[in-house]
Design a protein around this ligand. Sequence first.
Ligand code: AP5
Ligand code: ZN
Length: 213
Amino acid sequence: MILVFLGPPGAGKGTQAKMLSQECGFLHVSTGDLLREAVKNGTPLGQKAKEYMDRGELVPDELIIALIEEVFPKDNKGVILDGFPRTVKQALALDEFLKKHSKELYRVIFFDAKDEVIVERLSGRRVCSKCGAVYHIKFNPPKVEGVCDICGGTLIQREDDKEDVVRRRLEVYRAQTKELIDFYKKRGILYSLDASKSMQEIYEELKGLVHGC
Ligand code: AP5
Ligand code: ZN
């Protein structure tokens, strides 16, 4: 089963993708996480991607498409594409890639959330500097303030969660990614979720949309 999670920054795509992949054994492919890892390790991809990410802009399509081709599993395991595709060019490249490997996109889940919800989620998000676990100061706080429950690492704010970059990410989403809603709606594979609900409520709805694992 191949799923795409689409939606504005901070709508909760990563949170739900982690929950579903854990329960179902799906592979969670987050282009954002992969890029952050590449930046951290100073790889050639990371060096090229950093300036775009810091500005809240999209990394060039060619780099992202090559990344997806590299990490896409060769077996038939379920896959959640979280944060990819983000442009029509990426969506067309995904079509081509799937066709070449005789695979099919099952459903696109659109996480629908208003700007107020997004801003509150992004401004309160904290991530572990060691293991990458994601928290929220109000909605999913760690047991000890500023400390990761899992590994004891220090919690930090993502550079691109600062106010001016968030504003830019929202503009970029509207200008370049939003059109994918219609793109997939026309194909009849777009399913919307009200992403302003609680994590558990969304998860129940999500499982209904993908018919369990
Ligand atoms: P990426 O990391 O993909 O950022 P994004 O799409 O902006 O998504 P986020 O990670 O910010 O949010 P999310 O929806 O996963 O929310 P989360 O679950 O964390 O991309 C970063 C950058 O990389 C891009 O700007 C771009 O430069 C580059 N990039 C990545 N992919 C690319 C591509 N395909 N093409 C080109 N460039 C690309 O939740 C947010 C917060 O809310 C958390 O604190 C969480 O705990 C909390 N929360 C989650 N759900 C709920 C809920 N239901 N109720 C209350 N709180 C909740
Ligand atoms: Zn940690």
